[in-house]
Design a protein around this ligand. Sequence first.
Ligand code: PBG
Length: 312
Amino acid sequence: MRASEPLRELVRETRLEPSNFILPLFVCPGENVKREIGAMPGNYQMSIDQLVIECREAKSLAIGGVILFGIPARKDEQASGGYDPEGIVQRAVRAIKAEVPGLVVITDVCNCEYTSHGHCGKIVNGDVDNDASLEWLAASALTHAQAGADIVAPSDMMDGRVAAIRQRLDENGFSNTPILSYAAKYASGFYGPFREAAESTPQFGDRRSYQMDPANAREAMREIELDLHEGADMIMVKPAMPYLDIIRMARDRFEVPLAAYQVSGEFSMIVAAASNGWVDRERIVIESLTSIKRAGANTILTYFAKEAARLL
Ligand code: PBG
């Protein structure tokens, strides 16, 4: 059954489609800004006008959607740029909704891009205070929904954030706005290049007190269960390729849409190895995405979204 491409095609179990992909995008203040991110060739910090062009391209490639990360003009202790109704992401969502109708727009809900210290929540006595951070997250999610976001995606890993966001959305007439929860998010070294892109490297300590220990699998199931109980509509495992076992466990256990995030470090490793001629880029882009889908993730957040859509 492997002798020819038509035969292989006939018995192929896993098929990628552009609609499986979500393209992560970084939006920053200004006009006509398109700054390449050093460790992520082909990815940019973009002002809203450039972002809209990128979104048009994503739509024309039939990509499933985009997820937005904001780089605010100013960061402060209160992460106020995150829940400002006139914040960078809120304005970006409005622009995309007006100019690229029909494109699914997801917003990342987190504080780390907006705090001066780079942590995902409010610092009390030198550490992130879980419950005090929920208010900022709920306020951010509401302003994103008000701006027109199709889905809000909390990535902070505070306990209780899904319930806090769900309640805030419902109270304000957004009961139809789904929550994609970064439910099983590991404290990973693979986020390195992203922190350059989002300018969100913690100024002290690390995120191990709120993101998961890479050694734990059962705990991931518990995290997912809690988020579903709090009202998550869709769940995510992150990173993807080093955690295919977690994706498979989640797929076998939970009957909800499952996403996986092929994160910045996964992207950069492939790009770097390919640019040295050590691997065939196109081949392993498709192979890595196929493996993530085969493991059970129907939706894949990937910086290769446009490239893979073209290859398909
Ligand atoms: C924000 C957030 C991060 C990523 C997505 N949302 C960074 C982090 O937790 O440090 C990483 C994405 C990537 O590496 O591509 N909390």
